[in-house]
Structure formats: structure tokens, C-alpha cells
Ligand binder design. Structure first.
Ligand code: OGA
Ligand code: MN
Length: 200
């Protein structure tokens, strides 16, 4: 499969976001799913918001569990390579000046959520484009756990995305408040950010 980068870049420049169903190929999706579900629960950390929030404050905002992807793991590396190829195209077509990409696996146990938030505040962050990739086989609407994208002008959802196996979402990090609704099943995703600085 060849990726239609110009379609992705056009959508990002026109609408600021895009939902893709086959950006990552099926084999890699399967491997990532097997890998993330085999990770021991002890490697996942309670996710952080901002700098100095207590765990108690935090859990009213989000209570997913996360673990960073690393280049030292071959399957994780393959995913990071695919997003790096996208980064080159985003820079070529949209002149975004992206330097680096960072990503974590996120596990939302049943009932867990991430309240409405933005991934980057204008002028305060190096995160420019957000990416989400879903690793949930046989997900149905009744399982809930949707990603809901908003714009700043309205409380009405702009786009509701089912976290279905193989779905990818890309959006401009500063422009779209979004939330993860509580799910009825374990929900796995990879959340990533293209940045204008280097990840240390
Ligand atoms: C995030 C996030 C959404 C999702 O981690 O910042 O918004 O659908 N995740 O997992
Ligand atoms: Mn987010």
C-alpha cells in the first residue's frame, strides 16, 4: 500500500484534522496490538497533566495508564518509522518545521476517561500535530470510549471517532479540544505528538 500523503496534507491544511482507516498496515497493527496487550500492567504509569498536579486532582481529568514507545523495541520502532516518514511529508508540504515525534501507548481500563482538553496551548508548547492510533479489535459503538473532537467556537462535537482497530486520527494540537469518553471495555491507543524541538 502506498500512503497518499498529499491527501493527508490537504486535509490538515483545509480542515485541521483527518481520520484514516488504513494509514498503518494490518500486519503492523496486529503486532502492535499483541505487543501492547502482552505488556505487564506494572510498566504503565499513571498519566500526567501539567507539572504540579496531585494524583487526586489529576484523576478527575484523566486516568489512563501510559508507557512511552522506544526505538529499541523493533515493533515500536516500525511504528515510529512510519510516523517519521509522515513527518518528512508534513514538513515538505506544509512547512511545519517538525523535528521530532514522541508517542506513548495508553490503556484505559473500563470506565476510564480523559476529559476535554487541548494537547498544546498557543505559544507555550512545541507540540504541533497530534496523532492517535487505535488497537481495539471488534470495537462496536456500544463499547463507547469514543474520541470526541471539538472546535473552540462550540460545545457541539465536530467529529466523533470510534477507537476501532487500525483507525488513525491526526489533528493540529492547538486547535481542537477533545475528550475520551469512558469505555465499557479495555481500550488501547497510541497517542503521539510531532514537535518543533527535539525530544530529550
Ligand atoms: C491524549 C488523548 C485520546 C485517545 O492522550 O492526549 O487525547 O483517543 N488521547 O486516546
Ligand atoms: Mn489529547
Amino acid at each position: 500500500m502506498t500512503t497518499d500523503y498529499s491527501l493527508i496534507c490537504d486535509a490538515l491544511s483545509k480542515h485541521g484534522y483527518i481520520v484514516l482507516t488504513d494509514f498503518i498496515d494490518a500486519d503492523l497493527t496486529q503486532q502492535l496490538y499483541k505487543h501492547v496487550t502482552a505488556l505487564p500492567e506494572t510498566v504503565f504509569n499513571t498519566a500526567k497533566v501539567g507539572r504540579q498536579q496531585s494524583v487526586q486532582q489529576l484523576e478527575t481529568v484523566r486516568n489512563d495508564r501510559t508507557v512511552w514507545l522506544s526505538e529499541t523495541h523493533p515493533i515500536e520502532q516500525t511504528y515510529l518509522d512510519a510516523l517519521d516518514a509522515l513527518k518528512i511529508q508534513l514538513n515538505r508540504h506544509l512547512f511545519l518545521g517538525l523535528h521530532d515525534f514522541e508517542a506513548h501507548f495508553a490503556h484505559y481500563p473500563p470506565g476510564h476517561f480523559y476529559r476535554r482538553h487541548v494537547d498544546a496551548f498557543r505559544g507555550q508548547s512545541n507540540r504541533v500535530v497530534s496523532s492517535l492510533f487505535y488497537l481495539n479489535p471488534d470495537w462496536s459503538e456500544q463499547d463507547e470510549g469514543q474520541l470526541v473532537l471539538y472546535d473552540f467556537t462550540s460545545d457541539k462535537p465536530l467529529q466523533i471517532v470510534q477507537p476501532r482497530f487500525g483507525n488513525t486520527v491526526l489533528f493540529l494540537s492547538e486547535q481542537f479540544p477533545h475528550e475520551v469518553l469512558p469505555a465499557k471495555r479495555d481500550r488501547y491507543s497510541i497517542a503521539g505528538w510531532f514537535r518543533t524541538d527535539k525530544v530529550v
